[in-house]
Design a protein around this ligand. Structure first.
Ligand code: SIN
Length: 482
């Protein structure tokens, strides 16, 4: 067994029905940096899912009775434990999915911030007194937990995408059963360990890794007791789950694909804009739903901006994600690398030019790349690349820039750089996206309290802040005759 993980026995069992359970079948998790195995994890089945739902039903009855203030205190302890284990958590995330260690350390802060925010907000969950038109009636609302939640999370933020769902769910008095991504199940199991250590009651947060997502998911979709589905991942899978969830009319939150445009107007601070494009595009090797996927630059400054962007991109250090000074690591797996390569080859075959990068290196490493002269019908301008490639396209007028930026089935995040205040407002209002960064390439950074989510085929609902908490609460209207 590999020594990469330190202690390979831990974090390899599933947690459900009150116990850490080994399974007859396991599946391997690979470190994208070297393609070595870091351990084999329990491969849960549909029967395990049914047991978890039964256990969740029991746990929910008790957990919803725990006062919101006490729920907040347990969440606070969970947050603190994440910091006590910061280095191990960061290293584990890097081993599972190859994000540079400097970024996974940041992710511990990001992930913990959702728990902290919800720990404070739990005690503020309340209802309203409503004035009634009829004098002989009194009206109230009460906020109640939605119930059992089934969560499906991605590998690109192995901790952050879990806590952004679990913290508000648990704060609201819901219980959660989580299917983590098969690339990063150990981080999820580690979070469950810490939740129990913090005093989280048995079966309030169960984690069932699997290599057969469809088989594990089916019982949740069919079961009336599971009242909510929350999913972060591709639009194709989100669409399927949305259909399946309709059968039992579950509440749904879907955070799906993006195809973020970044508009740079001629009046922009080009140095700053290029720095932010690099931050937005190349963090996590471009494997972030809100990563810039298309760079649109106004003709007057196109050459100068491309030169600065190329220089900054060339300075990024591609390499071993466990090293402190690595800026860009590998992509997560071969299929991801194949897609990046296909997008670049397609663009080059239609006349594009790589001003830096453009090639695969050994293993799963793709050079940070800037493409210019990208033809309008190129794949990279239509589909999410999820890799370290920035295609630059020139536009002439604000109207044209906005038309190009909005010409997508997706509507998650969009960015614009300008010094003109009126333009900033016009553009912010015209962009058909759930998140708009004006002179800000990373709007979600350090912000557990803001709404995160998309329009169009990018999803349904919002995570973060009170918007994210509301997704786990039912509003009950109580009318009382006097
Ligand atoms: C995501 O990829 O959906 C998460 C990005 C973020 O929270 O910044």
């Amino acid at each position: 067994m590999t020594t990469l993980l330190g202690d390979p026995v831990t974090r390899t069992r599933a947690y459900f029905d009150g116990e850490w359970r080994a399974a007859p079948r396991t599946f391997e998790v690979f470190y994208p940096g070297t393609l070595e195995s870091i351990g084999a994890v329990a491969d849960c089945t549909a029967d395990d899912a049914r047991r978890a739902i039964d256990a969740a039903e029991v746990a929910l009855k008790e957990w919803r009775k725990v006062g919101p203030y006490q729920r907040g205190q347990i969440l606070r302890k969970w947050h603190d434990l994440m910091f006590e284990h910061k280095e191990e958590l960061a290293r584990l995330m890097t081993l599972e999915m190859g994000k540079p260690i400097s970024e996974t350390r940041g992710e511990v802060h990001y992930a913990a911030s959702f728990i902290e925010w919800c720990s404070e907000e739990a005690g503020r969950i309340s209802g309203e007194r409503i004035s009634m038109r009829m004098g002989n009636k009194r009206g109230f609302t009460a906020s109640e937990p939605v119930g059992i939640v089934y969560a499906v999370t991605p590998w690109n933020f192995p901790a952050g995408m879990i806590t952004r769902k679990a913290a508000p769910a648990l704060a609201a008095g819901c219980v959660m059963i989580l299917k983590p991504a098969e690339q990063s199940p150990m981080t999820a199991l580690y979070l469950a360990e810490l939740w129990l250590e913090a005093g989280g009651p048995a079966d309030t947060f169960q984690v069932l890794p699997t290599n057969d997502a469809a088989a594990l998911t089916a019982p949740f979709m069919e079961d009336e007791r599971v009242r909510k589905l929350t999913f972060t991942g591709s639009t194709a899978v989100g669409r399927l789950l949305y259909t399946q969830a309709a059968k039992t009319i579950k509440r749904v939150s879907l955070e799906l694909g993006g195809h973020a445009p970044f508009l740079i107007f001629a009046d922009a601070d080009l140095e700053r804009a290029a720095r932010e494009v690099v931050g937005s595009k190349f963090r996590n090797a471009g494997q972030t739903c809100i990563s810039t996927n298309r760079v649109y630059v106004q003709r007057e400054v196109a050459d100068e901006f491309t030169r600065i962007l190329t220089e900054k991109t060339a300075r990024l250090r591609l390499g071993d994600p466990l090293q402190d000074d690595t800026g860009v690591g590998p992509v997560v797996e071969q299929a991801g690398l194949d897609k990046v390569r296909a997008h670049v080859e397609d663009a080059l075959s239609r006349g594009a030019r790589a001003t830096v990068g453009g090639r695969v290196e050994e293993g799963l490493y793709f050079q940070p790349t800037v493409l210019t002269d990208v033809a309008p019908d190129s794949l990279i301008l239509r589909e999410e690349t999820f890799g370290p490639v920035a295609p630059v396209v020139v536009f002439d007028t604000e109207e044209e820039g906005l038309r190009l930026a909005n010409d997508s089935e997706y509507g998650l995040a969009a960015y614009a750089y300008t010094r003109d205040l009126s333009r900033a407002w016009r553009v912010a209002e015209a962009l058909e996206y759930g998140i708009v960064g004006i002179n800000d390439g990373v709007p979600s950074a350090g912000a557990p309290h803001v709404p995160f989510g998309g329009m169009k085929n990018s999803g349904v609902g919002r995570e973060g802040g009170h918007w994210g908490l509301d997704e786990y609460l039912e509003t009950k209207f109580i009318s009382m005759g006097v």
